[in-house]
Each structure stands twice: as structure tokens, then as C-alpha cells.
Design a protein around this ligand. Structure first.
Ligand SMILES: [Zn+2]
Length: 237
């Protein structure tokens, strides 16, 4: 979406062009007009509309600006930004997103969803450098492990991707363009099952959320309120 109605109209026609043509057109418009697109947000109902569900940086649903920042970093590193700077910024975003997810475990929420763009950006930047891409996967893996270690008894974690990345050094990608998207999507969970397809994700999540019964509506069971102590300190009348 663009702030400018003419650009908005034009972009409704360019949606069928391939990704790199749209990227080039977008860049041209940005540099010529100073307008910056933003990631639109849908009005459609989603699993994050459920009671006590929370969502963070989920493109199309909540605040897509960190995704745009990751895209900008990806372009900047292709144009010569030093790798240490790229990684510092990219993992800074990554840390905020995993940190948010980690914090949500301390609150009575039913579903918490967060989008992390690190591996797509690293996959574009390091499609010809196995060691560098490996380090990015390891770092994201450490964040995932921290979440798993912090899960409560009734909590489950689902990690899904909407696509994979083609790499120059990965034998099944021979003859394909490195740094492009593959159709190898990924799903893994802390339960016995994982969604079979993207169309199955919502049902899968909602079933598990219902089973665990996690909800804030039962009151403040998640917060132990030492009222006498608070009164002593003068925070309560
Ligand atoms: Zn990508």
C-alpha cells in the first residue's frame, strides 16, 4: 500500500508481475517520488482475533515495518554494506521478535504469533556462502531453543515457514538460481504432529490452543498479587 492513491491504483495492476520486476518498479518509484510503500493489513478475520491471542510483526496482520527493514538490509548488503553491520541489524530485529515471544510465555495468552524474517534475509545474502548461512541458522536455532526451554507444561511451539531458500552449495538446487525462493516450506512443533499444509495451520493452532485452555478470562491467575506488601509500600489505598 502507498500513501499516494495513484501509486496504490498502479500497484493493484502490477501484482501479477514477477517478484524481481515488482522489486525494480518499487525501487524506481521510491527513488523518483520519495514515497515509501507500507505492507497492507487485512480486515479478514484470523486466528489472532481469538480471545487473548496476541500477534507481533506479522506481515499483513500487524506492523510489517520490521519486515521492510529486513528487506532494506538485504538490499544494502547486496550493494556493499559490511556483513558485520548487516548481521548486527538483522539479529537485532530477530532478538526483539524472539524476546517478545519469550515474554508472552509469562502472560495468560491463548495464541502468540510472531514473524521472524532473519533466515529469508540471510538466505538471499549468503546463498553462496555455506559457512555464513550455517551460522545464521545456528543463531536462530539458539533462539528457538531458548523458547522451547521456557515453555510451560501446557505450552506448545510451532515453527513454520512459507518457503525455503535455494543455495548454490545445496545439491538438490543444482541448476536453480541461488538466492531465490524454493517451495521447501518447513513445519516443526513440540507436539507429536505438525500441520500438513499451509491450509492446515490455523486449525492445528486453534485445536491446540483450545486443548490447553490457556486464557486470561478466568481472572488473574497468572499474577500473584501480594496486596499487603503493595499496600505497605503505598501503591494501594
Ligand atoms: Zn525472500
Amino acid at each position: 500500500e502507498w500513501e499516494n492513491p495513484a501509486l496504490d491504483l498502479a500497484s493493484s495492476f502490477t501484482g501479477r508481475l514477477d517478484e524481481s520486476t515488482r522489486g525494480t518498479l518499487g525501487k524506481l518509484v521510491r527513488s523518483r517520488t520519495g514515497n515509501r510503500e507500507r505492507i497492507g493489513e487485512t480486515d479478514r478475520e484470523s486466528m489472532f482475533d481469538a480471545d487473548d491471542a496476541v500477534v507481533h510483526n506479522w506481515p499483513g496482520v500487524h506492523d510489517g515495518r520490521p519486515l521492510q527493514r529486513a528487506w532494506d538490509l538485504m538490499n544494502a548488503v547486496a550493494e556493499g554494506m559490511p556483513r558485520h553491520e548487516f548481521e548486527r541489524e538483522l539479529f537485532g530485529l530477530c532478538a526483539q521478535q524472539f524476546g517478545w515471544a519469550r515474554e508472552m510465555l509469562e502472560h495468560p495468552v491463548s495464541i502468540a504469533g510472531v514473524h521472524v524474517h532473519t533466515l529469508d534475509a540471510a538466505g538471499h545474502a549468503y546463498a553462496d556462502d555455506e559457512a555464513a548461512l550455517g551460522r545464521a541458522y545456528d543463531r536462530v536455532g539458539e533462539y528457538v531453543e531458548e523458547i522451547v526451554a521456557a515453555l510451560g507444561e501446557d505450552d506448545d511451539l510451532l515453527v513454520v515457514s512459507d518457503h525455503g531458500m535455494r543455495a548454490a552449495f545445496y545439491p538438490p538446487d543444482a541448476g536453480e538460481k541461488p538466492a531465490s525462493h524454493s517451495w521447501r516450506a518447513y513445519a516443526s512443533s513440540t507436539t507429536e504432529t505438525a500441520p500438513e499444509s499451509v491450509y492446515d495451520v490455523r486449525r492445528w493452532v486453534e485445536e491446540r490452543a483450545a486443548e490447553s485452555g490457556a486464557s486470561a478470562s478466568g481472572g488473574d491467575e497468572g499474577i500473584d498479587m501480594p496486596t499487603d506488601r503493595l499496600r505497605e509500600l503505598g501503591y494501594l489505598d
